[in-house]
Design a protein around this ligand. Structure first.
Ligand code: NI
Length: 204
């Protein structure tokens, strides 16, 4: 009888030990952040770029490590979506207050023929002095379109002397470790953008 009690007690202690070990492993997973944008963590494209910024400096994505980076593709002649998106991002950055300094907005042109360094310098920082415009050669831009799976199509205007560029209207978001995290469609609204960027800034 006594031996059996000891055995039972031993088994209980063993189970408790196991239980506490299992408890270590079985901690409830961190609730997944609920993003308004599409969570693209782990995709095997949109991994970075080699371009030139609007001050003439060579730039890669790694230069912005430590910041939450929003990459938006567009062109300065864009009549609607591009300026609206940059204005929205500028408003969101202000809304973030001091945390806005941990945000880096990059505007990459899909129209390098017209978007020279000077054109980008005139256009991009006007929305926020910290925003950076980036451009590449036509070859670099073509590679970028593949690397980011962008839709880009020139469309001549009626008189044929100018053109518009239909393009993917959305932004890719990288976390401070340089990992691709979100695709934010244009038109989600500033509240959704603010909410998602706050989550990324907070380490989600
Ligand atoms: Ni546009």
């Amino acid at each position: 009888m006594r031996k059996r009690l000891i055995l039972v007690a031993g088994a209980l202690v063993g189970m408790m030990a196991l239980g506490s070990l299992a408890g270590c492993d079985n901690q409830p997973p961190k609730p997944k952040a609920s993003f308004a944008s599409t969570d693209v963590t782990g995709i095997d494209y949109a991994k970075g770029f080699e371009l030139t910024d609007h001050t003439g400096q060579k730039r890669t994505l790694a230069d912005y490590r430590g910041k939450t980076v929003v990459v938006f593709f567009g062109f300065t002649h864009c009549p609607d979506v591009c300026p609206a998106t940059l204005a929205e991002l500028a408003a969101v950055k202000k809304e973030l207050g001091a945390d806005g300094d941990k945000l880096q907005v990059l505007f990459i042109t899909v129209d390098p023929e017209r978007d020279t360094q000077q054109a980008l310098a005139d256009f991009v920082p006007a929305f926020d002095p910290s925003f950076v415009g980036l451009y590449g050669t036509p070859e670099q831009t073509a590679k970028l379109q593949q690397d980011y799976k962008l839709f880009v199509q020139k469309v001549k205007n009626k008189t044929g002397d100018s053109y518009n560029v239909d393009h993917t209207a959305g932004s890719y978001v990288y976390d401070p470790q340089g990992r691709i995290r979100l695709f934010m469609r244009s038109g989600q609204g500033p509240q959704a953008v603010l909410n998602d960027l706050k989550l990324i800034l907070a380490g989600a």
